[in-house]
Design a protein around this ligand. Structure first.
Ligand code: GLY
Ligand code: MN
Ligand code: MN
Length: 438
């Protein structure tokens, strides 16, 4: 069967080249040099941290294991890939590039980082690279106006990129199903994590972010990345936030499950799930993301009231900061080559910042939604003692049912997270489509 990516890639590359042409023109540059990056060495050691390729590099080519390599773009010329394939019998060396995309590049294979640098052109270059060992002889300048232009336009995904994000969602949902089965079988967080990795067929270092696998009250630790080796005495609930990668594109998926006897928690999950689907339906052109986030606070206040946690109005729950204690993170963020993708606050292609609404310090996206953008929608409700304690001596504390809050602490919290593409019509829910197809 022909690889569908083969027919999508030429248009993707043409788009990336056009954007690069315009970014270079802004700064009067002759060439764009994009480093894959080099591994980072551990202090006083002979071991490296896992290599993480630059997002700019993997925007051009579907290569994630290419340390020391470079893409060279000169307007009007076929792009060039300088690919490092060391003579090395200690390690598996990166395979020579092959596949649907290689015909679109002039490819030069070299044996060392220094040989790669020697291939770089002279002239006025925009050099996108992290300062790191192995790029001696070239100076990264990361021109802000070039980055601002490229980052802004990276928000608009090409059909090729969306195909890879669908694949990342398929891998992630397959692994989520395996994790749910391990939870239902009473496994430990560690064993659930291993089941997830096995089903994804990805190792930790390949995932777009560290998985959160949280049983019971651990769900209240927003970035819980510890894995208990033994199962808890009682299973009440399970929150898993875990993604997968496809050629360097991310999925970011969260699901929350109740144990069979925890009907009251299942009912709360169902309400958050219904609210989440309502927010997803509003991923439409012209929707301001920050306003959607504030709207989510109002809807979640209603959920807290309906389930007997609050007696105050939704308005006063939002204004007094009560919803902020139960929902203390942002509604979501841009996603793509990075799990928290660039340009969530950017004003326009020349930079600038759209600030967050007051009182919402963790929101990662304030832009207006437009067709081609991909964002997560991830509302949550948690029972976090540290944040709830701040409400206990407030005048409105008597409007909170503390006994009910206390009983729900055993469940930790709820988050439901989907990856959603804004189109000119109905939103495309990458996550739910993948769950439904699998
Ligand atoms: N897993 C990180 C996030 O949801 O943003
Ligand atoms: Mn997320
Ligand atoms: Mn997540």
């Amino acid at each position: 069967m022909p690889n569908p990516l083969a027919s999508l890639y030429p248009q993707h590359l043409a788009t990336v080249r056009e954007r690069a042409d315009r970014a270079l023109a802004l700064g009067g540059f002759d060439h764009l040099l994009v480093a894959a990056g080099t591994p980072l060495r551990k202090f006083l050691d002979d071991q490296d941290y896992p290599f993480v390729v630059s997002p700019h590099f993997k925007h051009w080519v579907p290569l994630i294991d290419a340390p020391g390599s470079w893409v060279i773009h000169t307007p009007g010329n076929k792009p060039k890939l300088v690919f490092v394939q060391p003579h090395d019998y200690w390690h598996v060396v990166p395979e020579a590039p092959r596949g649907y995309w290689v015909e679109h590049f002039d490819i030069v294979i070299v044996r060392s980082f220094a040989e790669a640098v020697a291939q770089l052109p002279a002239g006025h270059c925009a050099v996108l690279a992290a300062a790191s060992p192995g790029i001696d002889g070239v100076t990264a300048n990361n021109p802000q106006l070039v980055l601002d232009y490229l980052h802004w336009h990276r928000s608009y995904k090409t059909p090729y990129e969306l195909a890879l994000m669908r694949e990342a969602s398929r891998i992630g949902t397959r692994a989520h199903r395996a994790a749910e089965a391990a939870f239902r079988a009473g496994e430990s967080e560690f064993a659930i994590h291993l089941a997830y990795l096995a089903a994804a067929r990805q190792i930790d270092a390949e995932l777009p972010y560290a998985s959160i696998v949280a049983l019971n009250e651990h769900g209240a630790v927003l970035h819980y990345t510890h894995f208990d080796r033994v199962p808890p005495a009682h299973n009440h609930s399970f929150l898993i936030d875990a993604g997968a990668s496809a050629a360097g594109y991310a999925s970011d998926i969260t699901r929350t499950y109740a144990a069979p006897q925890a009907a009251e928690f299942q009912a709360l999950i169902d309400s958050v799930d219904a609210a989440q689907q309502g927010f997803v339906a509003q991923v439409r052109p012209g929707q301001n993301y920050a306003e959607l986030h504030v709207h989510a606070h109002h809807v979640l206040a209603g959920v807290l009231r309906e389930h007997g946690f609050l007696h105050m109005s939704a308005e006063s729950a939002v204004e007094s900061g009560v919803t902020g204690a139960f929902f203390p993170h942002g509604l979501g963020h841009p996603i793509g080559l990075q799990v928290h993708d660039v340009a969530g606050f950017q004003q326009n292609e020349r930079g600038g910042t759209i600030s967050r609404p007051d009182g919402h310090p963790y929101l990662r996206m304030t832009r207006m939604l437009e067709p081609g953008m991909a964002v997560t929608i991830e509302p949550g409700l948690y029972f976090i003692e540290m944040l709830l304690a701040e409400l206990r001596d407030k005048p409105f504390a008597s409007d909170i049912d503390w006994a009910r809050v206390e009983r729900f602490r055993q469940y930790g919290g709820i988050r439901i997270e989907d990856d959603v593409v804004c189109t000119s019509g109905a939103p495309e829910n990458l996550t739910r489509d993948a769950f439904a197809a699998g």
